[in-house]
Design a binder for this molecule. Structure first.
Ligand code: ADP
Ligand code: MG
Length: 581
């Protein structure tokens, strides 16, 4: 049965052109991806090189194989079995789809292809092609599957041959690529031989840790923590480095896959680091092995010549999903206990240039002017910074406020802590709002008239439920006029039209209609708007209350957006900075 056909012009024009075979490593990539797409469960890669260049690439798989006619068609430009029309580009589940790799590779090398279609004719077909010209075609005996041997790479394109990197560089690309493919296809057994010696092997067990052990050795799993979570129909699973374990100074150990396609994504890297928050020393990166599963319609894979990058239609949701998954994984393990003793050792690297300017520090007895302090006090009391119930939580001792923005404190170990008062207050307020979900807001004595744009007004009826859960009760008042009856907390900002417009915009901009996620964003916005900003003078009793409330929250070390609330300069670090050790 023939399954390969030449694409129509329109589809071809929809496919971004790209140099698929710029180097030996990219040839290996295309061939191995074809074996994966052919549903192989075992893929064997053999690489040979002389001292100048990779001389031979051989890929053997036990996949679907091809009929004799398909085997010839496969080498035509834009010949593929994976898509039929350009609509199919919206929903790609195979690694390849452009139908140009084999043609491009054949054009610049000498290829021998042996293939036998699964469950079809008893004979395999063998085709030899030199520089795109068919040299011979014959039937032979061979097991089901496909073997492709590529030799004399770039023999007829001397310019490209000259630009090939040294063999070790090429090999490191090949190893990296095969490792990534093995990680995104844990059910396939891969073997990679170089000059006849085995360099890498996986067993197709389906277990991520087995593949990681194949790459980094089996003891590496001790340094990892499992991630498994989903948000808005986006599933995230895998492993990241445990806080306190060896971190890297760049993102070299980020292994990401989206629907089993390995990708590079700066925004996902960012989301992983956000998920770590303060558990990650500044400027450092964890190792991450993460698989993201998302509806194929939400990913555009046809945006990069070698398909290394993808575009998400719901990028923000993907980032939230990754950030939350990492965050939750780290919090499951009671990591904050470890954080107190281990993480700060690393973290203080941020403070290497820490200079304490005595002139900027207020004495603990200092009190701000009365009028301003009353307004701040009212704001604090309305937003959770009240005398806390008795708790056993240790609260650091306030030393001073710096620049009306940071609180200096010390803990029982003599570590110096620097707290961002806004971020800390945000965490307190956010937790408070979370507790109050669905309990109704606080009714305004004088309801607030609110003029919305036509677009907002049309969207608001659908979001009344979510708004009410967050504490905002709105009622229609004719045309595009509305009345705000209650807000989460009666504060000088939460009922202001700007903040309500912002909150409505948050809901409108979330096409997923994922209720929890939207509500969460509303709460984060409300928390951010209601609490004290930087440049607000606090007296020591207020700072003390703020720290007490902060320590009583579930995640005192990060604000709801994942930014740090406090940074620690450990006693040990101070000692070493003063050359006491
Ligand atoms: P693409 O992968 O984009 O479809 P290629 O040029 O890489 O384009 O391959 C062309 C076609 O050849 C594929 O669509 C597939 O049908 C067939 N093919 C290539 N390699 C294999 C293989 N190892 N096993 C089975 N079929 C293969
Ligand atoms: Mg391909």
């Amino acid at each position: 049965m023939n399954i390969i056909h030449v694409l129509d012009e329109e589809t071809i024009s929809h496919i971004a052109a790209g140099e698929v075979v710029e180097r030996a490593a990219s040839i290996v990539k295309e061939l191995v991806e074809n074996s994966v797409d052919a549903k192989s469960t075992s893929i064997k890669i053999d690489i040979s090189a002389d001292k100048n260049a990779v001389t031979k690439i051989s890929i053997n798989d036990n996949g679907a194989g091809m009929s004799a006619e398909d085997a010839l068609l496969a080498f035509r430009q834009h010949a593929t079995s994976k898509i039929i029309r350009h609509d199919d580009l919206n929903e790609i589940s195979t690694l390849g789809f452009r139908g140009e790799a084999l043609a491009s590779i054949a054009a610049v090398s000498k290829i021998t292809l042996t293939t036998k279609e699964r469950g079809a004719s008893p004979e395999a077909v063998k085709i030899v092609i030199h520089g795109g010209e068919i040299i011979s075609q014959s039937t032979v005996g061979a097991p089901e599957g496909t073997t492709i041997v590529v030799e004399d790479i770039f023999y007829n394109t001397p310019a490209r041959k000259k630009f090939q990197k040294k063999v070790p560089t090429e090999l490191s690309h090949i190893y990296d690529m095969v490792e990534r493919l093995a990680l995104s296809h844990k059910n396939i057994a891969f073997v990679l031989n170089y000059q006849g010696n085995e360099r890498f092997r996986t067993y197709g067990s389906g277990e991520t840790l087995d593949v990681i052990a194949g790459i980094f050795g089996s003891s590496f799993s001790k340094e990892l923590i499992a991630v498994s979570d989903s948000f808005s129909n986006i599933a995230v699973s895998g492993y990241v480095t445990k806080p306190g374990c060896r971190m890297k100074s760049s993102a070299t150990e980020f292994y990401l896959s989206v629907n089993s396609r390995q990708i590079v994504s700066r925004s996902i890297q960012w989301a992983v680091r956000e998920g770590f928050g303060t558990l990650l020393p500044v400027g450092m990166y964890p190792s991450a092995f993460l698989d993201i599963e998302i509806d194929a319609h939400d990913v555009d894979v046809n945006v990069h010549p070698t398909k290394k990058e993808v575009r998400f239609s719901r990028e923000r949701d993907v980032m939230t999903a990754v950030q939350n998954a990492v965050y939750n994984a780290l919090h499951d393990e009671d990591i904050f206990d470890a954080h107190k003793t281990e993480a700060p050792k690393e973290k203080i690297s941020t403070l290497d240039n820490f200079v304490c300017d005595p002139a900027a520090v207020y004495s603990p007895a200092y009190s701000p002017p009365l009028k301003q302090s009353r307004r701040t006090e009212i704001q604090l009391r309305r937003t959770g910074v009240v005398e806390p119930a008795e708790t056993d939580v240790y609260v650091p001792e306030v030393i001073a406020q710096i620049d009306e923005t940071y609180i200096l404190a010390k803990n029982e170990n003599g570590d110096l802590l620097i707290v961002d008062q806004h971020a800390a207050h945000e965490r307190i307020m956010y937790d408070l709002l979370l507790e109050r979900i669905g309990m109704g807001g606080q009714e305004l004595i004088v309801p607030l008239p609110l003029k919305l744009s036509r677009k907002e007004s049309a969207a608001v009826p659908d979001m009344l439920d979510i708004l009410a859960e967050a504490g905002y009760v709105l009622e229609p008042f004719g045309e595009d006029n509305w009345i705000v009856r209650s807000v989460p907390v009666i504060s000088s900002t939460l009922g202001s039209p700007e903040v309500i417009h912002e909150i409505i915009a948050q809901v409108m901009d979330d096409p997923s209609k994922d209720k929890e996620g939207v509500l969460d964003r509303v709460l984060k916005t409300a928390a951010c708007r209601a609490v004290v900003k930087g440049n607000t003078l606090l007296n020591s009793e207020q700072m003390n209350r703020l720290l007490r409330q902060l320590m009583a929250t579930k995640s005192p070390y990060t604000c709801p957006h994942g930014r740090p609330t406090l940074i620690a300069l450990t006693k040990a670090r101070l000692d070493s900075m003063f050359l006491r050790t």
